[in-house]
Design a protein around this ligand. Sequence first.
Ligand SMILES: Cc1ncc(C[n+]2csc(CCOP(=O)(O)OP(=O)(O)O)c2C)c(N)n1
Ligand SMILES: [Mg+2]
Length: 320
Amino acid sequence: METILTERSPLGMHESMLLTRAYEEKLAALFAAGNFPMTCSSQGQEASAVGVVRALGPDDQILTNHRSAGHLIARGADPGRMIAEVMGKATGYCGGKSGTLHISVKELGVMLTSTIVGGELSLATGVALSKKMLKQPGIVACFFGDGAACEGIFHESLNLASVWNLPILYVCENNQWQAFVHRRETMVADHLSPRAASYGIASTTVDGNDANAVLKSALAAVEQIRQTGQPYLLETYTYRQKGHISFDDQAHVDPSELAHWLTLDPITRMERHLREIAGFTTGELAALRTKAQERIDAALEFARQSPYPDPSALTTDVYA
Ligand SMILES: Cc1ncc(C[n+]2csc(CCOP(=O)(O)OP(=O)(O)O)c2C)c(N)n1
Ligand SMILES: [Mg+2]
Protein backbone atom coordinates (compact mmCIF):
# COMPACT_ATOMS: atom_id res chain seq x y z
CA MET A 1 0.00 0.00 0.00
CA GLU A 2 2.77 2.42 0.93
CA THR A 3 4.34 2.08 -2.52
CA ILE A 4 1.17 3.30 -4.23
CA LEU A 5 0.61 6.09 -1.73
CA THR A 6 3.97 7.66 -2.46
CA GLU A 7 4.35 6.78 -6.17
CA ARG A 8 5.21 10.24 -7.47
CA SER A 9 6.96 9.50 -10.77
CA PRO A 10 5.33 10.87 -13.94
CA LEU A 11 4.74 7.28 -15.10
CA GLY A 12 3.16 6.30 -11.79
CA MET A 13 0.86 9.32 -11.91
CA HIS A 14 0.05 8.63 -15.55
CA GLU A 15 -1.02 5.05 -14.77
CA SER A 16 -3.33 6.34 -12.04
CA MET A 17 -4.86 8.89 -14.44
CA LEU A 18 -5.37 6.22 -17.10
CA LEU A 19 -7.05 3.94 -14.59
CA THR A 20 -9.38 6.74 -13.49
CA ARG A 21 -10.20 7.60 -17.10
CA ALA A 22 -10.88 3.96 -17.98
CA TYR A 23 -13.04 3.56 -14.85
CA GLU A 24 -15.16 6.61 -15.64
CA GLU A 25 -15.47 5.82 -19.34
CA LYS A 26 -16.59 2.30 -18.48
CA LEU A 27 -19.22 3.50 -16.01
CA ALA A 28 -20.49 6.09 -18.50
CA ALA A 29 -20.80 3.42 -21.20
CA LEU A 30 -22.64 1.08 -18.84
CA PHE A 31 -25.09 3.83 -17.91
CA ALA A 32 -25.67 4.68 -21.58
CA ALA A 33 -26.41 1.02 -22.27
CA GLY A 34 -29.06 1.11 -19.52
CA ASN A 35 -29.47 -0.52 -16.12
CA PHE A 36 -26.45 0.94 -14.34
CA PRO A 37 -26.41 3.53 -11.51
CA MET A 38 -25.63 7.17 -12.23
CA THR A 39 -22.25 8.59 -11.24
CA CYS A 40 -20.54 11.99 -11.30
CA SER A 41 -17.61 11.93 -13.71
CA SER A 42 -14.37 13.76 -13.00
CA GLN A 43 -13.10 13.21 -16.54
CA GLY A 44 -10.60 15.95 -17.33
CA GLN A 45 -9.68 16.46 -13.68
CA GLU A 46 -7.38 13.44 -13.29
CA ALA A 47 -4.19 15.51 -12.96
CA SER A 48 -5.65 17.57 -10.14
CA ALA A 49 -6.54 14.40 -8.26
CA VAL A 50 -3.31 12.47 -8.68
CA GLY A 51 -0.99 15.46 -8.25
CA VAL A 52 -2.49 16.32 -4.88
CA VAL A 53 -3.10 12.82 -3.54
CA ARG A 54 0.42 11.65 -4.38
CA ALA A 55 1.87 14.63 -2.48
CA LEU A 56 0.32 13.25 0.71
CA GLY A 57 1.84 10.72 3.09
CA PRO A 58 0.43 7.55 4.70
CA ASP A 59 -0.68 9.36 7.88
CA ASP A 60 -2.64 12.02 6.02
CA GLN A 61 -6.39 11.86 5.73
CA ILE A 62 -8.66 12.78 2.85
CA LEU A 63 -12.18 14.14 2.67
CA THR A 64 -13.66 14.41 -0.78
CA ASN A 65 -16.84 15.20 -2.69
CA HIS A 66 -19.22 13.61 -5.20
CA ARG A 67 -16.51 13.66 -7.92
CA SER A 68 -14.16 11.38 -6.01
CA ALA A 69 -13.07 8.57 -8.37
CA GLY A 70 -9.70 10.15 -9.19
CA HIS A 71 -8.94 10.83 -5.53
CA LEU A 72 -9.75 7.27 -4.51
CA ILE A 73 -7.84 5.62 -7.35
CA ALA A 74 -4.81 7.87 -6.85
CA ARG A 75 -4.76 6.82 -3.20
CA GLY A 76 -4.66 3.18 -4.25
CA ALA A 77 -8.31 2.17 -3.97
CA ASP A 78 -9.24 -1.04 -5.80
CA PRO A 79 -11.51 -0.20 -8.79
CA GLY A 80 -13.21 -3.59 -8.37
CA ARG A 81 -14.37 -2.70 -4.86
CA MET A 82 -15.35 0.79 -6.08
CA ILE A 83 -17.54 -0.60 -8.88
CA ALA A 84 -18.96 -3.15 -6.45
CA GLU A 85 -19.89 -0.27 -4.15
CA VAL A 86 -21.59 1.63 -7.00
CA MET A 87 -23.55 -1.55 -7.79
CA GLY A 88 -24.55 -2.01 -4.14
CA LYS A 89 -22.61 -5.26 -3.79
CA ALA A 90 -21.37 -6.75 -0.52
CA THR A 91 -17.71 -6.55 -1.63
CA GLY A 92 -17.92 -2.76 -2.07
CA TYR A 93 -15.85 -0.59 0.23
CA CYS A 94 -18.90 0.18 2.37
CA GLY A 95 -20.60 -3.16 1.90
CA GLY A 96 -22.78 -1.68 -0.82
CA LYS A 97 -24.43 0.80 1.52
CA SER A 98 -22.88 4.03 0.28
CA GLY A 99 -23.03 3.78 -3.48
CA THR A 100 -20.81 6.21 -5.36
CA LEU A 101 -21.75 9.32 -3.38
CA HIS A 102 -20.73 8.47 0.18
CA ILE A 103 -17.83 6.09 -0.24
CA SER A 104 -15.15 5.95 2.44
CA VAL A 105 -12.03 3.79 2.62
CA LYS A 106 -10.78 3.76 6.17
CA GLU A 107 -7.60 1.79 5.49
CA LEU A 108 -6.49 4.40 2.94
CA GLY A 109 -7.36 7.34 5.16
CA VAL A 110 -10.27 8.40 2.95
CA MET A 111 -12.63 9.53 5.67
CA LEU A 112 -15.61 10.36 3.56
CA THR A 113 -17.17 11.38 0.30
CA SER A 114 -19.68 14.14 0.90
CA THR A 115 -22.47 14.68 -1.54
CA ILE A 116 -23.72 17.59 0.51
CA VAL A 117 -21.86 20.26 -1.42
CA GLY A 118 -19.34 21.82 0.98
CA GLY A 119 -20.11 19.31 3.74
CA GLU A 120 -16.55 18.04 3.63
CA LEU A 121 -15.28 21.55 4.41
CA SER A 122 -16.83 21.70 7.86
CA LEU A 123 -16.09 18.04 8.60
CA ALA A 124 -12.43 18.57 7.68
CA THR A 125 -12.27 21.20 10.41
CA GLY A 126 -13.40 18.58 12.92
CA VAL A 127 -11.05 15.88 11.65
CA ALA A 128 -8.08 18.24 11.79
CA LEU A 129 -9.05 19.54 15.23
CA SER A 130 -9.26 15.96 16.47
CA LYS A 131 -5.84 15.14 14.96
CA LYS A 132 -4.36 18.19 16.65
CA MET A 133 -5.91 17.54 20.08
CA LEU A 134 -4.90 13.87 20.01
CA LYS A 135 -1.44 14.83 18.73
CA GLN A 136 -1.77 12.42 15.82
CA PRO A 137 0.66 12.71 12.90
CA GLY A 138 -0.37 13.85 9.44
CA ILE A 139 -2.51 16.50 7.84
CA VAL A 140 -6.00 16.60 6.35
CA ALA A 141 -6.63 17.13 2.63
CA CYS A 142 -10.08 18.39 1.74
CA PHE A 143 -11.29 18.39 -1.89
CA PHE A 144 -14.21 20.59 -2.91
CA GLY A 145 -15.46 22.44 -5.97
CA ASP A 146 -15.77 26.07 -7.04
CA GLY A 147 -19.49 25.81 -6.25
CA ALA A 148 -18.75 24.80 -2.67
CA ALA A 149 -16.41 27.79 -2.38
CA CYS A 150 -19.43 30.02 -3.09
CA GLU A 151 -21.24 28.69 -0.01
CA GLY A 152 -21.08 30.14 3.50
CA ILE A 153 -19.63 26.90 4.84
CA PHE A 154 -16.39 27.61 2.91
CA HIS A 155 -15.88 30.90 4.72
CA GLU A 156 -16.83 29.56 8.16
CA SER A 157 -14.53 26.55 7.77
CA LEU A 158 -11.49 28.50 6.57
CA ASN A 159 -11.99 31.09 9.27
CA LEU A 160 -12.05 28.50 12.04
CA ALA A 161 -9.13 26.53 10.57
CA SER A 162 -7.10 29.72 10.51
CA VAL A 163 -8.04 30.81 14.05
CA TRP A 164 -7.40 27.32 15.44
CA ASN A 165 -4.23 26.70 13.35
CA LEU A 166 -5.43 23.46 11.80
CA PRO A 167 -3.25 21.43 9.41
CA ILE A 168 -5.62 21.34 6.44
CA LEU A 169 -4.78 21.37 2.75
CA TYR A 170 -7.88 22.83 1.11
CA VAL A 171 -8.01 21.78 -2.53
CA CYS A 172 -10.49 23.72 -4.60
CA GLU A 173 -10.96 21.96 -7.93
CA ASN A 174 -12.15 24.88 -10.00
CA ASN A 175 -13.61 22.90 -12.89
CA GLN A 176 -15.66 25.83 -14.28
CA TRP A 177 -19.00 24.13 -13.56
CA GLN A 178 -21.38 23.92 -10.62
CA ALA A 179 -23.84 21.21 -11.64
CA PHE A 180 -25.63 22.75 -14.66
CA VAL A 181 -24.53 26.31 -13.90
CA HIS A 182 -21.36 27.86 -15.28
CA ARG A 183 -18.99 29.32 -12.73
CA ARG A 184 -19.30 32.75 -14.38
CA GLU A 185 -22.94 32.93 -13.25
CA THR A 186 -22.07 32.65 -9.54
CA MET A 187 -18.62 34.26 -9.31
CA VAL A 188 -17.22 37.53 -10.61
CA ALA A 189 -13.56 36.51 -10.29
CA ASP A 190 -11.96 33.68 -12.24
CA HIS A 191 -10.00 32.39 -9.28
CA LEU A 192 -10.77 31.31 -5.74
CA SER A 193 -7.31 31.23 -4.20
CA PRO A 194 -7.24 35.01 -3.43
CA ARG A 195 -10.16 34.49 -1.02
CA ALA A 196 -7.80 32.75 1.43
CA ALA A 197 -5.89 35.95 2.16
CA SER A 198 -8.85 37.44 4.02
CA TYR A 199 -8.48 34.61 6.55
CA GLY A 200 -4.70 34.90 6.78
CA ILE A 201 -4.31 31.65 4.86
CA ALA A 202 -1.58 31.12 2.26
CA SER A 203 -2.76 30.04 -1.18
CA THR A 204 -1.87 29.53 -4.79
CA THR A 205 -3.48 28.57 -8.10
CA VAL A 206 -1.93 25.87 -10.26
CA ASP A 207 -2.64 24.57 -13.76
CA GLY A 208 -4.86 21.67 -12.71
CA ASN A 209 -4.41 19.82 -16.00
CA ASP A 210 -0.65 19.39 -15.55
CA ALA A 211 -0.02 16.56 -13.09
CA ASN A 212 3.67 17.42 -12.66
CA ALA A 213 2.81 21.04 -11.84
CA VAL A 214 0.04 20.01 -9.43
CA LEU A 215 2.38 17.59 -7.65
CA LYS A 216 5.03 20.29 -7.28
CA SER A 217 2.57 22.86 -5.87
CA ALA A 218 0.93 20.29 -3.61
CA LEU A 219 4.27 19.06 -2.23
CA ALA A 220 5.24 22.65 -1.39
CA ALA A 221 1.85 23.27 0.24
CA VAL A 222 1.98 20.04 2.26
CA GLU A 223 5.50 20.85 3.44
CA GLN A 224 4.39 24.31 4.53
CA ILE A 225 1.44 22.86 6.46
CA ARG A 226 3.68 20.31 8.18
CA GLN A 227 6.16 23.06 9.15
CA THR A 228 3.65 25.67 10.33
CA GLY A 229 0.63 23.59 11.33
CA GLN A 230 -1.49 26.13 9.48
CA PRO A 231 -3.99 25.63 6.66
CA TYR A 232 -3.28 26.25 2.98
CA LEU A 233 -5.60 26.70 0.00
CA LEU A 234 -4.55 25.19 -3.32
CA GLU A 235 -6.76 25.97 -6.31
CA THR A 236 -6.41 23.55 -9.22
CA TYR A 237 -7.71 25.29 -12.32
CA THR A 238 -9.22 22.61 -14.50
CA TYR A 239 -12.27 21.53 -16.50
CA ARG A 240 -14.98 18.92 -16.16
CA GLN A 241 -15.12 17.40 -19.66
CA LYS A 242 -18.34 15.46 -19.11
CA GLY A 243 -21.75 16.41 -17.77
CA HIS A 244 -22.54 16.90 -14.09
CA ILE A 245 -24.02 13.41 -13.79
CA SER A 246 -24.45 10.44 -16.14
CA PHE A 247 -27.67 11.65 -17.82
CA ASP A 248 -26.39 15.20 -18.48
CA ASP A 249 -26.09 15.60 -22.27
CA GLN A 250 -24.15 18.91 -21.96
CA ALA A 251 -26.62 20.66 -24.27
CA HIS A 252 -25.98 23.86 -22.29
CA VAL A 253 -22.19 23.76 -22.77
CA ASP A 254 -20.50 26.19 -25.17
CA PRO A 255 -18.88 23.85 -27.74
CA SER A 256 -15.91 26.17 -28.28
CA GLU A 257 -15.15 26.25 -24.55
CA LEU A 258 -15.26 22.46 -24.36
CA ALA A 259 -13.12 22.13 -27.49
CA HIS A 260 -10.54 24.48 -26.01
CA TRP A 261 -10.27 22.50 -22.80
CA LEU A 262 -10.06 19.20 -24.66
CA THR A 263 -6.82 20.48 -26.19
CA LEU A 264 -5.53 20.74 -22.60
CA ASP A 265 -6.50 17.19 -21.67
CA PRO A 266 -4.31 16.09 -18.73
CA ILE A 267 -3.69 12.58 -20.05
CA THR A 268 -2.66 13.72 -23.52
CA ARG A 269 -0.37 16.27 -21.89
CA MET A 270 1.28 13.65 -19.72
CA GLU A 271 1.72 11.41 -22.76
CA ARG A 272 3.52 14.27 -24.48
CA HIS A 273 5.74 14.66 -21.42
CA LEU A 274 6.52 10.94 -21.32
CA ARG A 275 7.28 10.91 -25.04
CA GLU A 276 9.47 14.02 -25.09
CA ILE A 277 11.21 13.78 -21.70
CA ALA A 278 11.25 10.06 -20.93
CA GLY A 279 11.46 8.68 -24.48
CA PHE A 280 8.29 6.58 -24.45
CA THR A 281 7.18 5.36 -27.87
CA THR A 282 3.65 5.69 -29.24
CA GLY A 283 3.28 1.91 -28.95
CA GLU A 284 4.32 1.90 -25.30
CA LEU A 285 1.87 4.68 -24.49
CA ALA A 286 -0.95 2.82 -26.26
CA ALA A 287 -0.08 -0.32 -24.31
CA LEU A 288 -0.45 1.60 -21.04
CA ARG A 289 -3.96 2.68 -22.06
CA THR A 290 -4.88 -0.89 -22.95
CA LYS A 291 -3.51 -2.17 -19.63
CA ALA A 292 -5.70 0.30 -17.71
CA GLN A 293 -8.78 -0.71 -19.70
CA GLU A 294 -8.08 -4.38 -19.04
CA ARG A 295 -7.77 -3.71 -15.32
CA ILE A 296 -11.17 -2.03 -15.37
CA ASP A 297 -12.70 -4.90 -17.34
CA ALA A 298 -11.43 -7.28 -14.64
CA ALA A 299 -12.72 -4.92 -11.92
CA LEU A 300 -16.18 -4.90 -13.49
CA GLU A 301 -16.18 -8.67 -13.71
CA PHE A 302 -15.25 -8.90 -10.02
CA ALA A 303 -18.12 -6.56 -9.12
CA ARG A 304 -20.60 -8.43 -11.32
CA GLN A 305 -19.67 -11.77 -9.76
CA SER A 306 -19.95 -10.35 -6.23
CA PRO A 307 -23.06 -11.08 -4.17
CA TYR A 308 -25.55 -8.51 -2.95
CA PRO A 309 -25.46 -7.95 0.83
CA ASP A 310 -27.47 -10.29 3.00
CA PRO A 311 -30.62 -8.52 4.28
CA SER A 312 -29.34 -9.14 7.82
CA ALA A 313 -26.52 -6.63 7.09
CA LEU A 314 -29.05 -3.81 6.71
CA THR A 315 -28.54 -2.40 10.19
CA THR A 316 -24.82 -3.08 10.64
CA ASP A 317 -22.10 -0.46 10.08
CA VAL A 318 -24.59 2.35 9.63
CA TYR A 319 -23.51 4.17 12.78
CA ALA A 320 -20.15 4.23 14.52
C1 LIG B 1 -25.86 21.61 -0.12
C2 LIG B 1 -26.11 21.14 -1.53
N1 LIG B 1 -26.68 21.96 -2.42
C3 LIG B 1 -26.92 21.56 -3.69
C4 LIG B 1 -26.61 20.27 -4.07
C5 LIG B 1 -26.85 19.80 -5.52
N2 LIG B 1 -25.53 19.80 -6.21
C6 LIG B 1 -24.84 18.66 -6.35
S1 LIG B 1 -23.35 18.92 -7.08
C7 LIG B 1 -23.66 20.56 -7.24
C8 LIG B 1 -22.63 21.46 -7.87
C9 LIG B 1 -21.36 21.53 -7.11
O1 LIG B 1 -20.44 22.32 -7.81
P1 LIG B 1 -18.94 22.33 -7.35
O2 LIG B 1 -18.84 22.55 -5.89
O3 LIG B 1 -18.23 23.28 -8.23
O4 LIG B 1 -18.43 20.84 -7.60
P2 LIG B 1 -18.34 20.05 -8.98
O5 LIG B 1 -19.62 19.34 -9.16
O6 LIG B 1 -18.06 21.01 -10.04
O7 LIG B 1 -17.21 19.09 -8.79
C10 LIG B 1 -24.89 20.90 -6.73
C11 LIG B 1 -25.44 22.25 -6.70
C12 LIG B 1 -26.04 19.41 -3.10
N3 LIG B 1 -25.71 18.16 -3.38
N4 LIG B 1 -25.79 19.87 -1.84
MG1 LIG C 1 -17.22 22.94 -10.00
